[in-house]
Design a protein. Sequence first.
Length: 210
Amino acid sequence: MSAHLRSVAMTGVAGLALMLSACTSGPPPTPSTVTVTATVTAEPASPPAITDQVLENLTAPPMCQRQSGRLVDGKLPGIPAGDGETGLAMNADKKYVWAQSTDPQASPSLVVAFSCNAGGVEWPNVLGFFGVHGDLLGSYDLGDIDRLEHSKVSSIDYRGGLFHVEWAAYEGAGSGTCVETEPDLESADFYVADGKPAYTELHLACERGD
């Protein structure tokens, strides 16, 4: 075989070997991958919507020497006729008096005014403090502040973590301790501390005894 033919043959063998090597060397290495985990913080859910139906089925706090109990259509059932009633308080516009926190993590989440009477005599309103699920956390009798026959809540507003409550306190048919012909208009900011309702920023119409 001539030198030229031997060169061509060797070149062909070398090329075939290279092709076989390429076929048997396996796939190219897979590039390394990086896993990125993103943490998404969910926004807190908004407080549940409060409707008249929700209010009318809350648990009334103990008042008028009656035990706590769940309302039915806004009234405490099971009270004998003529013995009075317990239920949701209403303002001058015949609306239920309440306020809800705008903070879904707040406790209490809801403050509601309750009224009661015994044998036709109205007792001071009582504030009910509720958790986000409608559970009764505690209550506060406004009569413990005024020591008058009547304390009637006119409004409740949520203000930056506190519930601002305004009410009229009076004796008999409407006489206050400051002006005999008018009730005493008073207010305070309520909250719950260590599981107990409390208040701050108490504003009385006048000092008791003036």
